[in-house]
Design a protein around this ligand. Structure first.
Ligand SMILES: [Zn+2]
Ligand SMILES: [Zn+2]
Length: 177
């Protein structure tokens, strides 16, 4: 036998000839991560992520504020005007992506590991507040929880709108551009 067997550096019992194209370490298919620039080991991918994820606490605050406020305004508008379901779908996609894009620009495109989740959660929380504010102003009181729940489930358009909004805001932050 002229060829020597090689094994995964993490799993010494697994034979492999696959190497990380950055640090050259041997890795089994379980340890390899497929990236746009080829197979890399988990350590190299994490290092790359650390360089990519540069957002700090302040960026998270900006993301939450922008996504929450704009989603609240958009949802309040959708709630007040009776626009058809199909239009809502077409409106929610650019609005969700646009809100996230604005938040990205305001934070100089810095991302954090939690950016996408914070954006999506803020969109949902902002939407609920956006629905409540007109009611509070109209009735001069905070509506009981049952009413809040009814307002939400009674209008399927709103659930759809907020869902699409949150999904596209989330996706925008997951995109590496
Ligand atoms: Zn590597
Ligand atoms: Zn392995």
């Amino acid at each position: 036998m002229s060829e020597q067997l090689t094994y995964c550096e993490v799993h010494p019992d697994r034979e492999t000839s696959l190497r990380c194209n950055k640090c050259n370490r041997l890795m089994c298919p379980d340890c390899a991560v497929s990236t746009p620039v080829g197979y890399r080991c988990k350590q190299c991918v994490r290092q790359q992520d650390d360089k990519f994820f540069t957002a700090g606490q302040n960026d998270y605050v900006v993301i939450a504020a922008v996504c929450g406020i704009l989603s609240g305004i958009a949802t309040a508008i959708i709630q007040q005007i009776g626009i058809p379901l199909l239009f809502i779908i077409f409106a929610a996609i650019p609005v969700g992506g646009g809100i996230a894009e604005l938040a990205l620009r305001l934070t100089k495109r810095r991302r954090g590991r939690q950016s996408a989740k914070i954006a999506a959660a803020s969109v949902v929380v902002g939407a609920i507040i956006g629905m409540l504010v007109p009611t509070i102003i109209t009735y001069q009181m905070f509506p009981p929880l049952e009413l809040i729940w009814l307002m939400f489930v009674a209008d399927f358009r709103l659930i759809l709108f907020v869902g699409i909004l949150a999904y596209f805001a989330y996706s925008r932050f997951k995109m590496r551009a």
